[in-house]
Write a protein that binds this ligand. Structure first.
Ligand code: ZN
Length: 206
């Protein structure tokens, strides 16, 4: 049974044991484009990846499954060398009461096939607190220099081509995951000599 067949079994919930860690060569390969029309297997894998993120952010499920919280995951992290990513960014609420008043708790909840950046700002940006990765079990401090704004083109789960403009935190998350489908790790984008160097005009996202 292939890795993917195993992961998409109805009874299987993706957990940390399914996630490969740095040093595994799959993380350094460029993933293959998925073929269209999307296969049932690729559709189910995408759904499973998004479910993993939902579980990882849920206090009960994350404890039960022993998950690290995540806002994005890419198929190569599951040892599947394909261009499939899922992103789940929760909305930020001022109060718990405000959070409970909406059923729409996510700012970005998406599965993207063959996602690529088709346009980007000249301005760079980085998250003030740096980045982490489910495949990296250590802190790597420093600014991960990315595009401040990107336009991403991808195939959605219905097989339709979509274009999405992103900025701020969402743009950083999606770029991190697209990087995984191209064999790039977040720390490749940290200035080695001076991890907290700020290029002129670079936006720091708090
Ligand atoms: Zn990652």
């Amino acid at each position: 049974m292939s890795v993917q067949d195993n992961l998409i079994k109805a009874s299987h919930l993706i957990d940390m044991n399914d996630i490969i860690r740095e040093g595994n060569p799959t993380l350094r390969q460029e993933g293959l484009d998925v073929t269209l029309p999307l296969s049932d297997e690729d559709i189910i894998l995408g759904e499973k990846m998004l479910a993993f993120l939902r579980h990882s952010q849920d206090p009960v499920m994350s404890e039960k499954l022993g998950l690290r919280g995540g806002v994005g995951i890419a198929a190569p992290q599951l040892d599947i060398s394909k261009k499939i990513i899922a992103c789940l960014v929760p909305k930020e609420f001022d109060t718990e009461e405000a959070a409970e008043m909406t059923s729409d708790a996510y700012r970005l909840a998406t599965i993207m096939y063959n996602a690529k950046i088709v346009a980007h700002s000249v301005q760079d940006a980085a998250l003030a607190d740096g980045e982490g990765c489910l495949s990296v079990d250590r802190d790597v401090p420093g600014y991960v220099v990315r595009h401040a704004r990107v336009t991403v083109e991808y195939i959605d789960k219905n097989g339709d081509t979509q274009r999405l403009k992103l900025r701020g935190y969402d743009a950083m998350v999606v770029q991190h995951e697209i990087d995984h489908t191209n064999g790039i790790m977040f720390y490749d984008r940290i200035n080695e000599a001076n991890p907290f160097a700020i290029k002129e005009g670079m936006l720091i996202i708090e």
